[in-house]
Design a protein around this ligand. Structure first.
Ligand SMILES: Nc1ncnc2c1ncn2[C@@H]1O[C@H](COP(=O)(O)OP(=O)(O)OP(=O)(O)O)[C@@H](O)[C@H]1O
Ligand SMILES: [Mg+2]
Length: 478
């Protein structure tokens, strides 16, 4: 359903896409490159997904792109808590594939220890993404979203950055120097130094903060999909909730036409780099109108608008309420310079504490390779090995969902179009028919007959046409 002009959308579709970093350490004589490991994971995926069609019964998509970055895209969620649970499922799935590939490579006589990282930059300085998708209405001028959302996103690393001990100099291309061109500095974000454009349809060469490719995965007359690619991957569930929840609140400000100060940045590519290099949020960045403002002030301005105009933003589900409280608490802590109070909740602060304590204990300078390893190991998703995973196992970081909720999300789609897709996939697998499913389409091929459906409404989780298609699978012949 579209919303009335001037009204905030109170139900929205969200999806998170995560690309994982992949490396292997040989346990025998032969080196095994990431391409080969990825190939083995893909074989595992075919065995385990029963086809190379990689949409799963929980509505998600798992995918191996060119390059060696397994990608997991959550199903369409309409609730932030659901989104956090569905995002967490990605780690489980790629971990399964890692296990299968490890066994297979060992059986083939090339034993290798495989590492998967939920981060955004490898040791050679190459970057890969964590994309956020937000459904917005075609009826709202997309340029108003861009204008308001960009300064928010450029400064959002202050509340949701993953942290990065980086040796990339200002405006250097990390992939040209393997990210080691200067002295080590702890930055807020892994993505800041990878951004070369603000809003464009390119994805790789001049990587923009928002991708404008118009692919709504829904009725194109009603909807658009806002494709945000500037964000860091999050290990922390609280950081995920805050990252998406605060963005949701800013989208509602745009839709409700709340008057906001003009925070258009003079040079967003420079500002994002400056902000990333200052954990206090105080560095002034230049606005197009000649004034300067800090990341903290930008974030405070948006937060204050939400608090002041809350009545105009519609009802808040518990997850959104939770995100709002976290946003307030995070900015208060940054303002007070009290990072320790964030060290259970916000990735960059958790990682910063870990690295500083280790450096102090072992008397290491910032560019010690051991600290760079620690930075990487934070994102290792293996249980019992990854550093965030260890903190989590010891109860030293906060959680939004427990393992039982992740178990559920592994098999149960959220109550959106994903539910139709999930039910269809389950039925098609049980009936052992040749089928295809993607975000918008369901199709069955039987003999020389094909039946196909298009699901244009991502909100809708009941559809008689899907029921009929599923029922027809048990008919002996068409
Ligand atoms: N109408 C919609 N609005 C917002 N998000 C959507 C909508 N439909 C699907 N999504 C989400 O968008 C994401 C799409 O991920 P996916 O990686 O398959 O697509 P893509 O970005 O179009 O393609 P690619 O990564 O191959 O370029 C998923 O997380 C999904 O849940
Ligand atoms: Mg994608």
């Amino acid at each position: 359903m579209a919303v009335e002009p001037g009204e905030a959308r109170t139900r929205r579709i969200y999806g998170l896409e995560t690309e994982y970093g992949l490396t292997g350490r040989p346990r025998g004589d032969r080196r095994v490159g990431p391409e080969e490991i990825a190939r083995q994971m893909f074989r595992g995926m075919i065995a385990w997904g029963r086809s190379s069609n990689v949409f799963l019964a929980n509505g998600s998509r798992i995918y191996l792109d060119v390059g060696s970055h397994p990608e997991y895209a959550t199903a369409e969620c309409d609730d932030l808590y659901d989104l956090v649970a569905h995002d967490a499922v990605g780690n489980r799935l790629v971990e399964d594939l890692r296990g299968l590939a490890t066994d297979q490579l060992a059986a083939d006589g090339t034993p290798v220890e495989i590492f998967l990282f939920k981060n955004n930059v490898d040791s050679a300085g190459n970057s890969y993404g964590c994309h956020e998708n937000y459904l917005v209405d075609r009826g709202v001028d997309i340029n108003r979203y861009y204008r308001v959302v960009l300064p928010f996103l450029v400064s959002r690393q202050l509340i949701a950055g993953a942290g990065h001990l980086s040796r990339t100099k200002l405006y250097e291309r990390p992939e040209r120097t393997a990210g080691a061109g200067g002295p080590a500095v702890f930055q807020l974000s892994q993505r800041a130094d990878q951004m070369w454009d603000t809003v464009s349809s390119a994805t790789t060469r001049s990587r923009p903060m928002i991708n404008t490719r118009d692919e709504p995965h829904g009725d194109p007359e009603l909807y658009r999909r806002l494709h945000v690619i500037v964000g860091d991957s999050s290990m922390s569930q609280t950081t995920t909730l805050l990252k998406v929840g605060a963005t949701e609140l800013v989208l509602r400000l745009v839709e409700a036409r709340v008057a906001l100060p003009d925070l258009t940045l003079d040079n967003p590519n420079l500002a994002i780099r400056q902000i990333s290099r200052d954990l206090t949020g105080r560095t002034p960045v230049e606005l197009a109108n000649g004034r300067t403002v800090s990341a903290l002030e930008i974030q405070q301005a948006y937060l204050q608008a939400v608090l002041d105009q809350r009545d105009r933003l519609g009802p808040f589900a518990p997850g959104l309420e939770h995100a709002l409280r976290l946003w307030q608490r995070t900015l208060t802590a940054v303002e007070a310079g009290d990072m320790d109070t964030l060290s259970r909740d916000i990735d960059w602060a958790i990682k910063h504490r870990l690295i500083t304590r280790y450096a102090e204990r072992h008397n290491l300078p910032p560019d010690s390779p051991r600290l760079a390893q620690l930075d990487m190991a934070y994102h290792d998703i293996a249980e019992g090995r990854g550093l965030f995973r260890l903190l989590d196992a010891h109860g030293e970081v906060s959680r939004i969902v427990d393992e039982a909720q992740v178990d559920r999300a592994l098999t149960t789609p959220p109550p959106t179009r994903a539910r139709l897709r999930g039910a269809f996939i389950e039925a098609a697998r049980a009936a052992e028919v040749d089928y295809l499913a993607d975000w918008m389409h369901l199709r069955v091929n039987r003999g020389n007959q094909t039946r196909a459906l298009t699901l244009r409404d991502p909100f809708r989780d009941v559809d008689e046409r899907v029921d009929a298609l599923i029922a027809s699978l048990s008919e002996p012949l068409w």
